[in-house]
Design a protein around this ligand. Structure first.
Ligand code: 13P
Ligand code: SF4
Length: 367
């Protein structure tokens, strides 16, 4: 949503919160958490800032946060510290009596915005003409609720970076082909790991509704949506080469949202939780270059002074949309929870939620 649209909808934070000291903001969060107890639940994604994550009741990767949302039936207020698609997922998986809030409605995800429903319906119609009823749609959870609903209604499921292998295998038990939305890199990396050859993968360009593929289309097994994460695309083959030259003993671990060439050259690849666990288990004195979002990399560096850890890309920035959730926004959202005018509520319409839940539940049942 644009800043102007947010202002018009009264979704921008009042100035007074921006003027408060860090101590005052922290005291206010503590006070509200004490007052509300288990009526309030604050999940926080690993990419959130330290100033926010310190108040999270639970932290996790996208899968863990979805599982926690499905399990928590107690909290009346869920203040989601993450991005819009995660808060939508929480709303879909919680009960009618629970309300999900996103502290800053501008905290979107550029990857999720790369697949809209109209594009997907057009793609589905064209792919149907080309391949008949042989395709199962899978969508990365980094997608809008409308895309999840489309996928759910067509027999498919959501996937996260930590269960993509399981879900792609599951999909091939249902149909001959998959359409993988919206992250081409996670789809490609997972397919490679499962032994699918490059000539069995095509790319769907949603901008001009065409398939990018040379050869006999009957060989295609995976159709990758032409979307990507603008944060993870900043890790390059050059970064890998520079790291290998400068630190020959350093291991490289990256998120599977990175390009294929980078993942191929890395020593390990996995979800944010996989990266955290791998570094935790690593030998003291070991050296690691990490290819993922910077708030998380900085936290891992601080938590492991016994290891030499750097970002794979020395110029890397945090995810700007994740970063929109800061302490002032957290306090503002906590202090306006009961406000009837509250504009930070995430509510997915019943019609969309019903089908989206099918896609999410198929994933949760397999995770
Ligand atoms: P995971 O935490 O599931 O690895 O996802 C990373 C991500 O991009 C969230 O936006
Ligand atoms: Fe979206 Fe990438 Fe940010 Fe994750 S890191 S929220 S995929 S833009």
């Amino acid at each position: 949503m644009s800043i102007l649209a947010s202002m018009q909808k009264n979704q921008l934070i009042p100035e007074e919160y921006k003027q408060m000291s860090r101590t005052e903001l922290e005291d206010r969060v503590k006070e509200i958490k004490n007052k509300l107890g288990p009526k309030l639940f604050i999940p926080g994604h690993h990419y959130q800032k330290d100033e926010v994550i310190q108040f999270a009741d639970a932290t996790g990767d996208s899968l863990r946060l979805a599982q926690l949302s499905a399990e928590n039936t107690e909290a009346e207020y869920i203040v989601f510290c993450g991005v819009h698609f995660m808060a939508e997922t929480a709303d879909i998986l919680t009960t009618q009596n629970q309300t999900v809030f996103l502290p800053d409605m501008r905290a979107g995800c550029s990857m999720a915005d790369m697949a809209d429903l109209q594009q997907t319906e057009r793609a589905w119609a064209k792919l149907g003409e080309m391949f008949g009823d042989t395709i199962l749609p899978l969508t990365y959870v980094n997608s809008t609720a409308a895309i999840k609903a489309f996928v759910g209604a067509n027999g498919g499921a959501t996937v996260t970076s930590s269960n993509a292998h399981t879900m792609v295998k599951w999909a091939f038990e249902q149909k001959e082909r998959i359409l993988f939305l919206p992250d081409q890199h996670l789809g490609r990396n997972t397919s490679f790991d499962l032994g699918i050859a490059p000539e069995e993968m095509a790319v769907w360009n949603p901008i001009n509704d065409t398939i990018i593929y040379e050869g006999d289309i009957s060989k295609i097994k995976v159709i990758l949506w032409k979307g990507h994460c603008s944060v993870h695309e900043n890790f390059t083959v050059q970064n890998v080469h520079d790291t290998r030259v400068q630190f020959p003993d350093m291991k490289i671990i990256v998120h599977p949202e990175c390009r294929r060439e980078v993942v191929e050259l890395a020593d390990e690849a996995g979800s944010t939780s996989y990266i955290i666990n791998t570094i935790e288990k690593a030998e003291p004195g070991s050296a690691w270059a990490i290819g993922t979002e910077m708030n998380l990399v900085n936290r891992i560096i601080q938590q492991h002074p016994d290891k030499h850890i750097i970002s794979l890309n020395p110029q890397m920035c945090p995810c700007l949309t994740m970063n929109r959730i800061d302490l002032p926004h957290l306090v503002w959202s906590l202090e306006t929870l009961g406000d009837p005018e509250n504009r930070n509520i995430i509510r997915v319409s019943n019609e969309i939620a019903e089908d989206a839940k099918l896609a999410l539940e198929r994933m949760l049942a397999n995770s």
